[in-house]
Design a binder for this molecule. Structure first.
Ligand SMILES: Nc1ncnc2c1ncn2[C@@H]1O[C@H](COP(=O)(O)OP(=O)(O)OP(=O)(O)O)[C@@H](O)[C@H]1O
Length: 282
């Protein structure tokens, strides 16, 4: 383990103001009937610079809505989203998102897709291509620069999406079920790749997943949201597993299993509530 790096991260987390802060956040949507649908209630969450936080919770509880609020796609109905201490208004300029769906444009080659973010920021083609080549190599796609997305496997397209997002060096990385469509081996490869890249940056990551094991293996903290409507933070667990981690191997660590049992106890109750609600509303 790189002790020096870990202690720098730790200091940064303790001393600095939160990178992301949700205070008293509520989010309502209007149903087509005109009724108010309360999705999130009184969410308090602070994420430090460089921290990796996963959010788990029953289906439909408001995980993606939380991510949308941090991305600035939606304003909160009540409460405040602050980014580095500033109230967020409109799109969050420090954030980049990787969704479950494909990010790449099908008519563009890998290098054109990966360099696009820099081109849109005004970098000339030569410079953008040079930087894109570096990121393509980092995500293990050297040699595929001229391929189109349809010529790649699902895992390779995910790598393109990561390179596309990371090339703009976002300070906040928002990931919504980013690896859930991948087979388990490719998924572990991508998760390890993500951790390796993240450890080289100081990005704060919010990772949404249905998979508690994935959440524990990757994160510094796992947040459990309660069943909706009006979901709130039910649990906030620190994951003190050593880094660097191998996501496939860390699952056999007894500390991992203990954490899994503890968090699952919390999460299971919410999943049961959500099943019961779904059955009642059938
Ligand atoms: N733009 C919107 N307008 C109306 N209702 C919405 C909107 N976005 C989300 N919702 C509702 O908010 C609730 C929470 O949705 P959200 O997608 O945030 O949950 P989730 O926890 O990410 O779900 P899943 O685990 O199934 O991906 C759902 O009932 C959904 O229908």
């Amino acid at each position: 383990m790189n002790k020096a790096k870990d202690s720098v991260r730790y200091e940064a987390k303790v001393i600095s103001q939160p990178m992301i802060e949700l205070s008293g956040v509520c989010k309502d949507f209007l149903k087509p009937s005109g009724e108010v649908h309360s999705v999130l209630r009184n969410i308090h969450l602070a994420v430090a610079k460089g921290e990796f936080v996963s959010i788990v919770g029953p289906t439909g509880c408001g995980k993606s809505t939380t991510l949308s609020l941090i991305a600035g796609f939606e304003p909160p109905t009540q409460g405040m989203v602050r980014i580095r201490g500033e109230t967020l208004q409109g799109i969050n300029p420090l954030a980049a998102c990787v969704f479950q769906t494909e990010n790449a444009f099908p008519w563009k080659t890998v290098i054109d897709n990966v360099s696009l973010g820099l081109r849109l920021r005004g970098k000339d083609k030569r410079e953008a291509y040079a930087e894109a080549s570096r990121w393509i190599e980092i995500v293990g796609l050297k040699g595929f620069e001229g391929h189109y997305p349809h010529q790649l496997s699902g895992g390779m397209r995910k790598r393109v999406a990561l390179a596309q997002t990371l090339i703009v060096q976002p300070e906040i990385l928002l990931m919504d079920e980013s690896f859930s469509a991948l087979d388990v081996h490719t998924r572990h490869l991508m998760e390890n790749e993500l951790l390796k890249i993240w450890e080289e940056t100081s990005a704060s990551v919010i990772f949404i997943t249905h998979d508690l094991e994935e959440a524990i293996a990757l994160s510094d903290r796992v947040i459990v949201l309660s069943a909706g409507p009006a979901a709130t933070v039910k649990g906030d667990y620190k994951i003190h597993l050593p880094r660097p981690r191998n996501v496939a191997e860390v699952r056999f660590d007894p500390a991992f299993m203990k954490l899994h049992e503890q968090i699952w106890n919390d999460l299971r109750d919410e999943v049961m509530i959500s099943y019961a609600d779904a059955a009642r509303n059938k």
